[in-house]
Design a protein around this ligand. Structure first.
Ligand SMILES: [Zn+2]
Length: 164
């Protein structure tokens, strides 16, 4: 059974807090998150999606698994609309408008200061996972009417695997 929590879970709406030391707990957490992300499968996973409100996310935009701890969104530019989904909203996809390029500075699991930056999928994943740490889901990026329709659809259909 998946450990990923879905829309409606309180941890998805909470702002996460910074990690004060990269100890064994955090290293193990990052390994566990990478495993869950690949099993899902997905290209990114943020800690709130497994019920932990700490500022850490993992992703793999085609370049191997990466860990972002206490990320700061440093720069964004451009604009692009792209079909996007979320492991916490399984089975749903919407056209989401985002910045085309994003740059994040953070620590990795080795306590090194690193920069992740890019456009296309990478830029998108960085923004998506960063949003999770701020308690933001895809739904909040939708226009009012679209959001209303999405919420209605979810309330009727639920998520794949839900008990009806
Ligand atoms: Zn997501």
């Amino acid at each position: 059974m998946s450990e990923i929590v879905v829309f409606g879970h309180p941890s998805l709406k909470q702002k996460s807090t910074n990690i004060t030391s990269i100890d064994d707990y955090i290293i193990n957490l990052s390994k566990k998150m990478i495993k869950i992300m690949y099993e899902a499968p997905g290209v990114g996973l943020a800690a709130p999606q497994i019920g932990i409100n700490k500022n850490i996310f993992v992703f793999d935009a085609g370049d191997g698994p990466k860990v972002a701890i206490n990320p700061v969104l440093e720069k964004v530019s451009g604009e692009i609309i792209f079909m996007e989904g979320c492991l916490s909203l399984p089975g749903y996809y919407w056209d989401i408008e985002r910045y085309e390029y994003a740059r994040i500075s953070c620590l990795n699991e080795k306590n090194q200061q690193v920069i992740y930056e890019g456009d296309d999928l990478l830029g998108r994943v960085l923004q998506h996972e960063f949003d999770h740490l701020n308690g933001k889901l895809l739904l909040s990026s939708l226009k009012r009417k679209e959001r209303r329709n999405a919420l209605k659809e979810i309330s009727i259909k639920g998520f794949p695997g839900d008990q009806i």
